[in-house]
Design a protein around this ligand. Structure first.
Ligand SMILES: *Cc1c(COP(=O)(O)O)cnc(C)c1O
Length: 381
């Protein structure tokens, strides 16, 4: 049996968790949380990073910090996880879905301007599969129209665009450390801020609306309720788990890239095999500006029927392959809360064809080969 995902585990997690327990400080913002903050800031060149309880809550914080309110509109892809859109809905603003580019499955930057109305306030750029969106174009459009840019870099930790870490390019960036992502703390995430103006509002929002962070720094002599807030800080136990993995981030990244490259060497020739002007499949496209993090390897088959048959064929051979996402604009909540701007040329068509292959830290060469052999048996039928 080859599972679709195995949550990353390095081996040093228990000793750091024991240390957190010995510290008698397992609530939020303990020593391990602080280490993770510094690591994220130094490694990715982020002005400020704060751990959160999930990628979803990082997105919620970003939406709130952007000052979104009822009547505002936010541009985002329909081909994404529900969390990208629910963060918008939480503020009362309307998610406006824009088509994706078929090559990267990222929001089509060429279709953004046509979707902008006097109510548009922000763009959410989802870096699908850890491959960066066309950020220079997106930032340029945002600047000309006075829009905030939020990066949903849940899948983009350790990936970059033009040398800049994903999550640090827009105004606010969101990471996920869920166990299905490249680095995990079970449930968790991080919010990255480019501008210092967000630092204090973010601390207040994350600490139940209080100025407790200032109090701990000795900047005020008592803390009090100063604004709206919630509890968005994870336990230091979870941060200790993550810390073990951040210490080994390059090793984890290299392991995933090795599996990704093994897949790519096998499958890319089938995409380039231009019988009748078309390959049997399509494989991921990584633009020259982007360095990806092997979050995902996917294939695009001919259509929905081809994909359904492929998944069943693989399952019979003990290999778990999965698809996602049901486009948000055609989901019950998407129809209720949002709308699609312009024409859905690629979102539905391409999402119907896409299948993800097993991919995890520590995936052996033999497992990769077993997946490749089974897939080839199907594709060459
Ligand atoms: C995983 C994911 C999220 C949500 O992250 P959680 O940590 O599971 O809350 C949001 N957006 C995208 C694109 C994701 O892949």
């Amino acid at each position: 049996m080859i599972p679709f995902n195995i949550p990353p585990y390095i081996g040093t997690e228990p000793s750091y968790i024991q240390e957190a327990i010995a510290n008698r400080k397992i609530c939020g913002d303990g020593p391990f949380t602080k280490r993770c903050h510094t690591w994220l800031e130094e490694r990715f060149g982020a002005q400020k990073a704060l751990l959160t309880t999930s990628g979803t809550t990082a997105l919620e914080m970003a939406a709130i910090l952007s000052g979104l309110k009822a009547g505002d509109e936010v541009l985002l892809p329909s081909f994404t996880f529900s969390s990208t859109a629910t963060a918008v809905v939480l503020t009362g603003a309307t998610p406006v879905f824009v088509d994706v580019r078929p090559d990267t499955m990222n929001i089509d930057e060429q279709k953004l301007e046509a979707a902008i109305t006097p109510r548009t306030r922000a763009i959410m750029a989802v870096h699908y599969a850890g491959v960066g969106c066309e950020m220079d174009t997106i930032l340029d459009i945002a600047q000309r129209h006075g829009l905030t840019v939020i990066e949903d870099a849940a899948q983009g930790v350790m990936a970059s665009y033009k040398g800049k870490a994903l999550g640090t390019i827009g105004d606010l960036g969101c990471y996920s450390f869920h166990e299905t992502k490249n680095y995990s703390m079970g449930e968790g995430g991080a919010l990255l801020m480019r501008d210092e103006k967000y630092n204090e509002p973010a601390e207040i929002l994350r600490e139940k609306g209080t100025n407790r962070a200032r109090f701990f720094r000795g900047q005020v002599d008592k803390y009090t309720w100063v604004d709206y807030g919630s509890s968005y800080l994870p336990s230091d136990l979870n941060a200790a788990y993550l810390w073990a993995q951040l210490c080994e981030a390059d090793h984890i990244n290299e392991s995933r890239l090795a599996a990704w490259n093994t897949y790519d060497r096998a499958f890319r020739p089938l995409a380039e095999d231009t019988l009748n002007g078309k390959g049997r499949i399509e494989v991921p496209h990584v633009p020259a500006e982007c360095v990806h993090n092997a979050h995902m390897y996917y294939l695009k088959l001919r259509d929905l029927a081809d994909r359904t048959a492929f998944i069943a064929f693989m399952k019979e051979r003990g290999i778990s392959c999965v698809f996602h996402y049901v486009p948000l604009h055609s989901s019950p909540a998407g129809r209720k809360f949002g709308r699609f701007a312009g024409e859905d040329v690629y979102t539905t068509r391409e999402s119907d064809r896409l299948v993800r292959l097993p991919m995890y830290y520590g995936m052996s060469e033999e497992d990769c080969t077993a997946v490749i052999d089974a897939a080839m048996a199907y594709l060459k039928k």
